[in-house]
Design a protein around this ligand. Structure first.
Ligand code: ADP
Ligand code: MG
Ligand code: MG
Length: 895
């Protein structure tokens, strides 16, 4: 049997359903699902040409596979019979829309053509048949415009110029005020302009029109904005392989006052609240709502004007949610009082909305907690941790205008009027607010860098609003108090602004301010807290078998934090601190001066004296962290970086200043500087190597840790402090350093009458450490994988220099991922696996975790789970996302 390329839907039946997204695309699959029982919703009939054809089309050099034309002809025939009208009929023409749809929705990214089938003759037939010449001519002018622009590449502005000139001549403002004669004039001018532009007449044959439109939709898969969209949204072209084309009977929202078109969300996509949200335009076609050309009315107005339609669409909302178990984004059209469904899909939503819906739907018993946890992307949580205006500054600020709160969060920046300006200013390090009449897909790059987006027209479902929500960028739209007065000027609520002036917008309240309002970060609370507590439950309850056959329970998220960040880590729900870098504590005065004096010392005694000055200060830092963490793990890494980072003397001025500060001669500084200067400091005298040469450094740090812990214990505070040794390459380093540390701890215990014990563990950050992990494990209570260094030394890529070539590697697909962002499973992952196996062969329940940057990356977190690590540790800001990503790794591996 020949391959089937075309699938029918309509009249209460369909050849496909929602499970066929990979073949029919999201739009085609859901139209089929809505059309057939049990939903049996009013969907105009049509057919979908499969995504396979799109692939073939590109494989064959933009040609269709053999047999497609016959199959399309057959299905067009079926559509004509079902609908009772024929394409091109001069008295009663069938009109169709030709629509795109990939397996993953890409709203507004590809092209749609409406009213196809009209020509100079059938427009008259349509006018007579409907007794509505105005409608017929409006449909025809829209078709010429869309077909001319989308299929034939005639510049959009050329059409707009003609409309504007006719409007001006007629003295009207709105498109809806144009008369039949005006529209006829527009059509004539459009056709004239089209002929001039294309060198041929506008096509009159509906077959030519239809194939032209089908080609345009397949062609749009590779247009620039679709390609950029896929890139920005990480849509993999090996998975989402093309677009389908749906050809379906037109229904008309532009037939008068009892007609209209709308977009609806079954819940609020911005806040997640469980209330029906729809926007409706009377006497209009679908595109008008989405393009933001007119500001639509909201659902309550529809309820008043057409209560039966409101009731019907509300019922459909409930049925679709019950069917899909998710929030639905629906497109509908009302033709002379009769409702038609034109699209439904799982709606895009902001991070806050995603969390609220997930929590609510669990409460409504619509989904399970596990399903809820898979509904939210870890990165979306960033949006809940979005900046807000400083409460005090906000109180004294006076809004200039207020409009639709289309995408939450607060933004402050300089006004720019075009996407290009936004990109340029962003490059120059400026923060910007993009202010526009409306946005279009061409503006994506500018919208991406903006702190906020403000538009003067368009509703909650306008392009600006939908895209801003997807990006998590604050957006206020439909603000009629924004009036453009020139190329670089605007008035907002009557006040004048130029490009570069500061404004602030609040996408949660819809308010616009003509001043700088400082912004502050948010915290974990409310629904997010509930949601993340489920993530914790799932991770805590998890049990897995590691590749080496060991059983591991639980999977924790810790934070990389020092004393200043510890409160933030605690608030964001970190189970402890997996990496406390002590070197930053040395960079603060007066510790820095003492430490620098220690570095330039020539004798052990001098070094000890200077370290002694630092000890009480470090003790205070450690005590603060222990107290903040309330008994959760605090893993303190002893000094890691090379000493030259503390001695800045590369210029004579710096050397002189340092000499003066430390009270020594410039010669002493210069001599020390050249001694410390290394060819490759990352592989130089650093980490535990320093403690082999100068044991007193680590001994001082251990003493500070022990005294801080003793102090906490005396005050009745809980504590769980662990000591971590960096840069270990052989067990002998750890053996020696451990013995020295234990001696120090014993002395403190003796002096203070305590009996403190500390876990002492090793970082694993070099291949040799992984290869000898069995030996190291004899002296280590835990391992922490320093995956930044481990990646650097496994690849032999310098972390400080790899940016020179990584882009070429990624562009040429020599590497598929940046190994410093996403843990490399095949190489670095094998090192971790080796250490896991060898380490746990010696100590079966050896505690393992990672503390590199990878700890906040969802894919890396999943790999750590698979490899049997007990925890990941990441920056405090990533902790909420990591708590979720960890739970998702558990749920997916249980499936
Ligand atoms: P997108 O993928 O950009 O949302 P669509 O294919 O959904 O594009 O089409 C855009 C608009 O055109 C929709 O809002 C819809 O209302 C309108 N439309 C599409 N097909 C029809 C049709 N058969 N009858 C009436 N309106 C239609
Ligand atoms: Mg659509
Ligand atoms: Mg390291």
């Amino acid at each position: 049997m020949a391959t089937k390329y075309v699938y029918f839907f309509g009249n209460g039946d369909a050849e496909g359903d929602e499970s066929m997204r990979p073949i029919l695309g999201g739009k085609g699959a859901n139209l089929a699902q809505m059309a057939k029982a049990p939903l049996s919703l009013p969907v105009p009939p049509g057919f979908t040409i499969s995504i396979d054809v799109c692939q073939e089309y590109y494989k064959l050099g933009k040609k269709y596979p053999a047999g497609l034309d016959a199959e399309v002809a057959k299905y067009l025939n079926k559509l004509e019979t079902t609908f009772g009208k024929k394409l091109g009929d001069e008295n009663d023409p069938l009109l169709v829309s030709v629509r795109s749809g990939a397996a993953e929705s890409m709203p507004g990214m590809m092209d749609t053509i409406l009213n196809l089938g009209l020509n100079d003759k059938s427009v008259v037939g349509l006018a007579n048949k409907t007794n509505n010449p105005r409608f017929a001519w409006d449909a025809y002018r829209r078709f010429i415009q869309m077909y001319g622009n989308v299929a034939m590449g005639v510049d959009h502005d050329k059409f707009e110029e003609i409309i504007s000139s006719v409007k001006a001549k007629a003295g009207v403002k709105e498109d809806t005020e144009l008369t039949t004669e005006n529209l006829q004039e527009i059509v004539a001018k459009y056709k004239e302009m089209y002929k001039k532009e294309k060198g041929e007449d506008f096509p009159q044959d509906p077959q030519v029109q239809m194939w032209g439109a089908i080609g345009a939709v397949f062609g749009s898969w590779m247009n620039e904005r679709a390609i950029i969209y896929r890139k920005l949204n990480n849509i993999d072209e090996n998975v989402i392989k093309g677009t389908a084309v749906t050809v379906m009977a037109m229904v008309f929202g532009n037939m008068g006052e009892t007609s209209g078109t709308g977009v609806a969300f079954s819940r609020d996509p911005s806040t997640g609240e469980n209330h029906f949200m729809a926007e409706y335009l009377i006497n209009a076609q679908g595109e008008d709502v989405v393009a933001g050309i007119r500001t639509p009315m909201d659902i309550s107005a529809l309820e008043k004007q057409q209560p039966e339609i409101f009731k019907e669409i509300s019922t459909i909302r409930d049925r679709l949610e019950a069917h899909y178990h998710d929030m639905q984004d629906m497109e509908f059209t009302v033709q002379e009082g009769k409702l038609f469904m034109l699209q439904c899909r799982n709606g895009k939503r902001t991070g806050p909305a995603a969390v609220k819906m997930a929590v609510d739907m669990v409460a409504e018993k619509m989904i399970t907690k596990e399903e809820a946890l898979l509904r939210v992307k870890p990165d979306q949580l960033d949006q809940l941790l979005h900046p807000q205006f400083e409460a005090k500054a906000l109180k004294s600020a006076k809004p200039l205008a207020s409009a639709l709160n289309a995408s939450p969060g607060a933004g402050c920046g300089e006004i720019v009027f075009t996407a290009d300006e936004a990109v340029a200013e962003d490059k120059a390090g400026k923060k910007v607010i993009l202010v526009r009449k409306e946005t279009s897909p061409d503006d994506i790059a500018g919208m991406y860098v903006a702190q906020g987006i403000l538009t003067s027209t368009g509703g909650r479902t306008s392009h600006a609003a939908v895209v801003a929500r997807g990006m998590g960028t604050p957006c206020v739209c439909g603000c009629s108090d924004v009036v453009f007065t020139g190329k670089d000027t605007v008035t907002i609520g009557g006040k004048e602004f130029k490009k570069g002036d500061y404004i602030s917008i609040d996408g949660s309240t819809g308010k616009v301010y003509g001043e700088v309002i400082p912004v502050t970060p948010a915290s974990v609370s409310g629904d997010l807290e509930t949601f993340l507590s489920w993530a914790d439950e799932v991770r805590n309850a998890s049990v897995r078998t590691t590749p080496s056959g060991k059983t591991v329970k639980g999977f924790d998220v810790l934070a990389n934090a020092e004393q200043n960040e510890a409160p933030q880590a605690f608030r964001f729900g970190a189970a402890g601190i997996g990496l406390c870098r002590t070197e930053h504590m040395f960079f603060e005065e007066p510790k820095l001066t003492s430490f620098q004096k220690m570095i330039i010392s020539d004798t052990t005694e001098e070094r000890k004296a200077n370290l002694a000055a630092i000890l009480p200060l470090q003790q205070k830092d450690f005590y603060g962290i222990i107290k903040t963490m309330e008994g959760r793990a605090v893993t303190i890494r002893l000094l890691d970086p090379p000493l030259n980072e503390f001695v800045q003397a590369e210029t004579p001025e710096l050397a002189a200043a340092l000499a003066k500060k430390l009270g020594v001669s410039v010669e002493v500084i210069n001599k020390k500087y050249s001694e410390l200067n290394e060819h490759n400091p990352m592989l130089g005298h650093r980490g535990c190597r320093l403690a082999i040469t100068y044991p007193e450094i680590y001994e001082t740090q251990v003493e500070a840790i022990a005294r801080a812990t003793a102090q906490a214990e005396k005050e009745g505070l809980k504590h769980d402090v662990r000591i971590m040794i960096p840069n270990v390459t052989t067990f002998a380093e750890l053996k020696q350093i451990r013995a020295q540390a234990e001696a120090v701890i014993a002395n403190v215990n003796k002096e203070l009458g305590t009996s403190l014990k500390f876990q002492i563990g090793s970082m694993i950050e070099f291949p040799r450490a992984a290869a000898t992990a069995n030996q190291i494990a004899e002296y280590a209570d835990f391992f922490s994988f320093g995956t930044n260094d481990l990646t650097q030394t496994t690849f032999g890529f310098s972390r400080d220099d790899y940016s020179k070539f990584i882009d070429s590697y990624l562009d040429q697909k020599v590497l598929l991922q940046d190994p410093f962002k996403t843990l490399d499973e095949d190489g670095v992952g094998v090192m971790i696996g080796l250490a896991e196996e060898k380490g746990r062969a010696v100590k079966a329940d050896l505690h393992l975790g990672i503390c590199g940057e990878h700890g906040g990356d969802p894919a890396s977190i999943a790999l750590c789970y698979k490899l049997g690590l007990n925890y990941v540790s990441c920056s405090p800001f990533r902790v909420p996302a990591a708590r979720l990503a960890g739970a998702q790794a558990v749920i997916k591996s249980n499936k």
